[in-house]
Design a protein around this ligand. Sequence first.
Ligand code: KG4
Ligand code: ZN
Length: 341
Amino acid sequence: MKILAFETSCDETSVAVVENGKNVLSNIISSQIDIHKEYGGVVPEIASRHHIENILPVFEEAMEKAECRLKDIDYIAVTNTPGLIGSLLVGLMFAKSLSYANEIPLIPINHIEGHIFSNFIENDVNLPAVSLIVSGGHTDLYYINNENGKIKIELMGETLDDAVGEVYDKIARILNLPYPGGPEIERLSVGGEKILKIKKPNIEGYNFSFSGIKTYITNYINNESMKGNKISKENVAKSFQEIIVQILYDKVLKAVNEKKVNTVLVAGGVSANKRLREKFKELPENIKINFPKMEYCTDNGAMIGAAAYYKLKNKEYDIKENKYNLDAKSTKEKHKDNPKM
Ligand code: KG4
Ligand code: ZN
C-alpha cells in the first residue's frame, strides 16, 4: 500500500511516499530555516507564503523520486493539526484538491502522532513502549500498547509550560546564537563545563516544566553582565543541556519501571541531540531504545505517511466519511481514544 503524505505544520514543506508504513520511497523536505533565521524564529505569515511557493515542486520531486504516478497512490495523508494555521491550511488544501480530483481517499493526521510513528519507519517496534516526544512545540510522554491488534496511545504526561525545543531556542536567543537554537547549543556544549548548579523542577508524576530553568539562566546572564563578567557560552550551554537531558532521562526511567516496558521510543526535533542519545544508553540493559534516523527527527512527510498506515491498520479510518469539510486546527486536538491527548 502506497501513501502520499504531506507535512506543512510549521516551517518545513515536506512530501513523502511511504509503502506499508515502513518503506520510504521518497521524503523531500524543503526547510525554511535560512529565511526565518533572520528573525530569530518562525514568522507564521512568511512560513505560509513559502509553503505556497514550495508545495508543488516538493510534491513533484517526491513523486519523481518514488517513481510513482498518482494512479499508484492508495491514500493521501496530511497533517491537519496542531501547528501554525496558515501553514497547515496550505498542505491541507493541496492534499484535499489532489484527493478530490483523483478520487484518492484523504486521511487527516495529528502531527504528534506523526512523530510517534517516525520510530516505526524502517524499524520493528515491540509494544508496549514508552514514547517521549520532544520537539519545538511539544514535550509529551506516551504509553503505547497493542490491544487486540489495535495500537492504543495514552498520554502519561506533558509540559506544563515551554516545550524542550522551545527552551533550547530561547536560551540560544539569549546567548545571541542563531535559530534554531538546539543544534547550536549542542555544538557549543561540547567544549563547556557544567558550572551552573541548576535544580531539577519538582514536578509530580510525568509532567514537565522548563520555564524555571529558562528564568534561572536568564537571571544568571543578566547578573553576570551587570557585574561586567565575561559569560562562557560553552559553560551555559553545557549546564543547560545537562539538566534538560537529566530531566528527560529521569521521567522516562520512572515510566519504564512503572509500566514495565522493554521499549523506549524517542522522537521529535530534539531527538536529534547526540547528548540525549548518549544519556539514554544508561537505561537498563534490557530496554531497547529507538531514536529515528536524523531525517525523521525534525518535521517530515514520511512520519505522516507512517502514521496514516497505522491509522488504517487500526481501522480508525472511515472511507465513507466525507473528508472534504475537514478543517485545520492550530491547537493540540483531543485524541479519540484518549481525551487527555
Ligand atoms: O519536531 P520539530 O522539527 O518541529 C516541531 O514540531 O516543533 O522540532 C524543532 C525543534 C527546534 O526547537 C530545534 O531547536 C530542536 O527541535 N532541535 C534540537 C536539535 N535539532 C533540532 N534540539 C536539541 N538538539 C538538537 N540537535
Ligand atoms: Zn514536529
